[in-house]
Design a protein around this ligand. Structure first.
Ligand code: NAP
Ligand code: HSE
Length: 437
């Protein structure tokens, strides 16, 4: 049986041939010889579905593969494996469901889809004894999904801290070097890092989707993504990067997850991390995931988190795995290892960490006292406080920066509410969390 299968190639069709799809075709061609050996049989591309057939494509994309008609792929029983690299919810969701229902293997890079429909698609794939592989949906080229699913199958994960969005990390790194937010974002787009809609990147939603997917593997958790507190980087100002630096920190955009028994703590936001911590030095488009296993202890994965070739590495690795499982007559084996249980997300008010607070205030006597008393009334204890400069005009604002001891977010929010009504405040307070990772 196995010998017979080895003779026939595994036929794959791509849905999409943009940044990632183009990279996949290039890598399949570049590494053709050893990919066939690793899969146990040849991998043959049959079709490539696109929207605009006349757009320029990578040289490795043969004209005769291109189609705008999905029925060409779904109506062809010889197609073993569908590689979804088109993105978005629809029609990608329908196409993946159709592929699974037809017993075809599926490889996808689509975090939006896996975050929203992952548990149900995994169940459908298990029922149909086929594979659903999604390594590229988190961390671009970093093998985080495989690490959690296979290498750490023996351990229970206590927490994950991830720089999960290459665009945000690129922008924050360039801003630290003096570039404006707008120029840095434009560069990230030109380099192919950003989503078609870059507000998904800078608004934190892309990282939130990746955190949801990662928590499926890390904690076996199926969660309601709407319960996760998500903040992006668009409101980070130069002054915050400077204050963070002065206090000994860097600002990174993080996806954070903790196993909290029946619940999970999941949150996505910019955070201050100590300059000498491992994640503080993961810069540019690099992603980094810091996993704390209960038996293993700390484990760090760092690599390029976006772009055509790094992402293609993950997609093609999945293609090889799924092809091999089919050639060996064991389709669906890897997917069957994913066991999920619904877990509520801990409300943000109950989260405990340290905080960086920045206030723009009028330069009047008693202002610091007011702020300190409001925080004290909620038992929020101050670790460090800095007031910068003096106002030249009576109406000018000066920044006051505070680092708190560990406390509940609910208490900080109540204290800020009390301060917000004070006349000395010249703008909304900035609240950033500090992560000791
Ligand atoms: P992209 O460059 O915009 O490419 C999308 C491709 O899908 C294009 O070829 C487009 O066709 C095709 N397409 C879109 N809608 C279609 C439809 N309705 N019917 C047929 N074809 C359609 O996107 P990408 O950056 O490669 O991203 C693809 C997926 O990978 C997304 O889920 C993304 O989140 C994920 N991802 C991306 C990266 C990255 O670094 N870019 C990294 C990890 C994961 P045309 O070319 O004809 O327009
Ligand atoms: N837009 C994403 C990022 C692509 O910047 O991380 C990788 O998923």
């Amino acid at each position: 049986m196995t010998q017979e299968r080895e003779k026939s190639p595994v036929r794959i069709s791509l849905l999409g041939c943009g940044t990632v799809g183009g990279g996949v075709l290039r890598l399949l061609q570049e590494n053709k010889d050893f990919l066939g050996l690793r899969a146990g049989g040849e991998i043959e591309v049959t079709h490539v579905l696109v929207k605009s057939p006349n757009k320029p494509r990578v040289a490795e994309c043969k004209k005769e593969w291109l189609t705008t008609d999905p029925e060409v792929i779904f109506g062809d029983p010889r197609v073993d494996l569908v590689v979804e690299v088109m993105g978005g919810e629809q029609p990608a969701y329908d196409y993946i469901q159709r592929a699974i229902a037809a017993g075809k293997g599926v490889v996808t890079a689509n975090k939006l889809l896996i975050a929203k429909h992952g548990p149900e698609l995994v169940e459908q794939a298990i029922k149909n004894r086929t594979d659903l592989a999604f390594e590229a949906s988190v961390g671009g080229g970093i093998p985080i999904i495989r690490t959690l699913r296979e290498a750490l199958a023996s351990d229970s994960v206590a927490s994950v801290h991830g720089i999960l969005n290459g665009t945000c990390n690129y922008i924050l790194t360039r801003m630290r070097e003096g570039m404006s937010f707008g120029v840095a974002l434009q560069q990230a787009q030109e380099l192919g890092y950003a989503e078609a809609d870059p507000t998904l990147d800078v608004g934190g939603h892309d990282a939130a989707q990746k955190l949801v997917v990662m928590s499926m593997l890390a904690f076996g958790a199926s969660v309601n993504a709407g319960e996760i507190m998500v903040e992006g980087i668009s409101e980070i100002e130069e002054v915050d990067l400077q204050f963070a630096d002065r206090f000994g920190y860097r600002i990174k955009h993080l996806g954070i997850g903790y196993d909290r028994g029946e619940r999970v703590e999941l949150r996505v936001h910019p955070a201050l991390v100590r300059k000498n911590s491992v994640l503080a030095n993961v810069d540019g488009v690099l992603n980094g995931v810091f996993v704390e296993g209960r038996a293993l202890g700390p484990c760090l994965l760092v690599g390029r988190g976006a772009g055509d070739m790094p992402t293609a590495v993950s997609v093609v690795a999945d293609i090889v795995d799924v092809a091999r499982s089919r050639i060996e007559g064991q389709p669906g084996l890897a997917t069957r290892g994913i066991q999920l249980k619904h877990r509520p997300v801990m409300p943000i008010e109950e989260v405990e960490t340290r905080y960086y607070l920045r206030f723009a205030v009028g330069d009047h006597p008693g202002v610091l006292g007011h702020i300190a008393s409001a925080l004290g009334a909620e038992s929020v204890s101050i670790e460090q406080m800095v007031q910068e400069g003096r106002a030249l005009e009576a109406d000018d604002a000066v920044p006051v920066c505070i680092i708190t001891h560990r406390c509940q977010e609910g208490a900080v929010r109540r204290a800020l509410k009390a301060i917000e009504s004070q006349v000395f405040l010249k703008g909304a307070p900035r609240i950033l969390r500090i992560e000791d990772v």
